[in-house]
Design a protein around this ligand. Sequence first.
Ligand SMILES: [Zn+2]
Length: 75
Amino acid sequence: MQDRPLSCKDCGREFMFTVREQEFFKEKGFDNDPVRCPDCRRAKKQAQRSGNDGRGSYGGGRSGGNNFNGPRKRY
Ligand SMILES: [Zn+2]
């Protein structure tokens, strides 16, 4: 086994699916690869825990901002 680069579904960044994680996944019986980088995974977990999507912290002061053009998800 070796580290495999994957790209994050949420932020589009490339991250490593390390051997350690692959072993962890196998142990858990997961067949598929992770789709999110560790950062997004953590963010998602935290958002779920706090019961919202964590988006409230950005002030609406900036206009015309299309800074994020990643896929927008709503659950
Ligand atoms: Zn990500």
